[in-house]
Design a protein around this ligand. Structure first.
Ligand code: MF3
Ligand code: CO
Length: 294
């Protein structure tokens, strides 16, 4: 629902906190959004569009998020446990004055997710889980700084990895790039979904349906849900200030998944095939988009 509740005069101060007159700031934006809504398109409540101050805050959070993943990239190797990765992420984040968002999030017990081979997402770091030569692993890292959330994940190849696994990781990365290339101001989330899905399915792989991206900023997971199957021109309008993640989970085999009954978190492929994921966080701008975290 579009909340066009605030009715400002042209010469009033803008609602976004810029201290500019409304007509010189968000008036054109609000009018365009209203037109989209009246034409039947899906638009977000105005409170979810980020102001310049919000984006500044998110960029500072994202810098730590990227730094934590850079630290993992520099140190990951065969023989370490996923609990070791969790300690790196936790300590890096806290040492930079931030909070790991996953820790205690809906009961999640660790500071990042570590998802190896046939684990699709939400793998829980453990002392017992050791990285073996040939594994592929996703490390998903999320950061809170001054109330602003950032979220991204990367794949890592452990030592020598089979051609099939390398291809899965590459296709998944390419699908994120295709999704990014489809981001246009005043375009649609369906444009992004379609680009990701096409790239994955042309490679003979499949997109997981149950999990996807999300809006982000003042909360970890804001509206809307961002799926990666869809048609161009459908879904939420990509208005400037919309901040979200592109994070397809790609299975080498069938798209179906299974959620562990033991820990309530670990998601695996139903058919036992391998799965990969890359996650980037971006904000839509007047010109296109800006990547915040990757
Ligand atoms: N980082 C994940 C995402 O990309 C969410 C993980 S929730 C957790 O949305 F609790 F498992 F950490
Ligand atoms: Co995310």
């Amino acid at each position: 629902m579009f909340d066009d509740g605030i009715q400002l005069g042209r010469n009033d101060m803008c609602w976004c906190g810029s201290e500019k007159k409304y007509k010189k700031c968000h008036m054109g934006f609000d009018e365009r959004l209203q037109q989209c809504a009246h034409a039947g398109a899906e638009v977000l409540p105005r409170s979810l569009y980020k102001t310049a101050a919000d984006i500044e805050g998110m960029k500072k959070s994202a810098e730590i998020n990227r730094g934590a993943l850079d630290y993992v990239a520099a140190h990951i190797k065969p023989g370490i446990s996923t609990a070791e990765i969790d300690r790196w992420v936790h300590d890096y984040t806290v040492e930079h004055g931030a909070i790991p968002a996953p820790l205690n999030y809906e009961g999640f017990p660790k500071s990042c997710c570590t998802s190896i081979n046939n684990v699709v997402c939400h793998g829980i770091p453990s002392e017992q889980e050791i990285l073996n030569e040939g594994d592929i692993i996703n490390v998903d890292c999320s950061t809170i700084l001054n109330g602003y959330f950032s979220d991204s994940s990367r794949m890592f190849l452990v030592g020598e990895v089979s051609d099939e696994r390398q291809r899965l990781v590459e296709v998944t990365k390419r699908s994120v790039e295709a999704g990014l290339a489809a981001v246009k101001p005043w375009g649609y989330l369906g444009d992004v979904a379609h680009a990701v899905q096409t790239c994955v399915e042309e490679a003979g792989m499949s997109v997981v349906r149950e999990f996807g991206g999300h809006g982000i900023g003042l909360e970890f997971h804001e509206d809307p849900f961002v799926g990666f199957v869809g048609e161009p021109g459908e879904g939420v309008v990509l208005a400037p200030g919309f901040c979200f993640t592109i994070e397809p989970m790609v299975n080498a085999g069938r798209p179906q998944i299974h959620i562990s009954e033991d820990d309530g978190w670990t998601v695996t492929t139903a058919d036992g095939s391998d799965s990969a994921q890359w996650e980037v966080q971006l904000v839509v701008t007047e010109e296109g988009y800006e990547l915040l975290s990757w």
